[in-house]
Design a protein around this ligand. Structure first.
Ligand code: HEC
Ligand code: HEC
Length: 217
């Protein structure tokens, strides 16, 4: 018996069935996290309380995995959303750039590199890729501790508040956190919005939240 060729309606139905798993495999992307504008804190009359509330909003960025992974408590970077120890395990050393033989730049190039289908979607990159110094460790510290530390020129690399603002608002290594490459969640909002919050925090006296919102992951 001769096989009849598949009719068009049958063909379309078969194609729809084939496409079904692909459609199911792509879950809707979660909405990006946003930042409030400084003006949204105007209702808090007490300047110190307003300042601390603004810093708390900025901490959505400061305590995001993108920043924390480069500000660990030991001289070893961490990775991913859960801040796991860097794979491969390596020592960043005093310089933050790795030990001779395994420098960060052996893998981290000047820009993010897509790994096209490998288990890791991309390798982060920036020309100045290195670990924050030990005095700027944030992981395992409360937000109040991080806040005090950021303001302390003895710990923050000799920066006054104006320079701290500039660093947060304009530094391209900080800016990587909003363009972290495929497979990584960007920091909330934009670097510009974050810069405005830091500016407003400084303008209201750069007060620190008093609570013990500890970053423990
Ligand atoms: C042998 C290659 C290699 C070397 C050397 C290396 N890295 Fe990585 N690093 C990677 C890869 C690959 C990833 C991405 C892993 C992933 O997304 O799961 C990564 C991710 C990271 C992340 C996490 C980014 C994030 O937010 O998820 C940080 C931070 C990091 N590296 C810092 C460093 C520092 C600092 C050095 C040098 C002291 C360094 N790495 C050296 C390969 C390397
Ligand atoms: C690739 C690693 C890396 C990432 C990612 C990173 N930093 Fe840093 N950070 C550093 C290094 C290194 C320094 C030391 C200053 C320098 O060399 O630029 C630093 C210093 C700082 C300082 C100086 C004061 C202090 O006490 O820490 C601030 C503030 C800061 N970073 C904010 C951030 C924020 C906010 C993010 C995320 C949006 C971030 N950093 C992401 C590496 C990183």
């Amino acid at each position: 018996m001769k096989r009849r060729p598949m009719g068009l309606p049958m063909l379309l139905a078969a194609l729809a069935l084939l496409a079904l798993p692909a459609l199911q495999a792509a879950p809707p992307a979660p909405p990006p996290e946003t930042l409030k504008a400084p003006g949204e804190f105007d209702a808090i009359a007490d300047p110190a309380a307003r300042s601390a509330a603004i810093f708390l909003e900025a901490s959505k960025v400061i305590q995001s995995p993108r920043c924390l992974n480069c500000h660990p408590s030991a001289r070893v970077p961490t990775q991913g959303e859960n801040l796991h120890t860097h794979v491969p395990y390596l020592q960043a050393g005093q310089s933050g750039k790795g030990l001779p033989g395994l420098r960060c730049t052996a893998c981290h190039q000047a820009a993010n590199v897509s790994t096209q289908g490998a288990s890791i979607a991309s390798i982060p990159g920036h020309p100045a890729w290195h670990l924050a110094p030990a005095s700027m460790a944030w992981q395992g510290r409360s937000l109040a501790e991080i806040c005090k530390q950021i303001k302390d020129p003895a710990l923050n690399g000799g920066m006054n508040l104006e320079k701290i603002h500039k660093h947060m608002a304009d530094d391209p290594l900080v800016g990587w956190a909003w363009h972290p490459g495929e497979g990584r969640k960007p920091a909330p909002g934009t670097q510009k919005e974050f810069g405005r919050l830091i500016q407003a925090w400084i303008a209201t006296g750069a007060a620190c939240p008093g609570g013990a919102e500890r970053v423990s992951r």
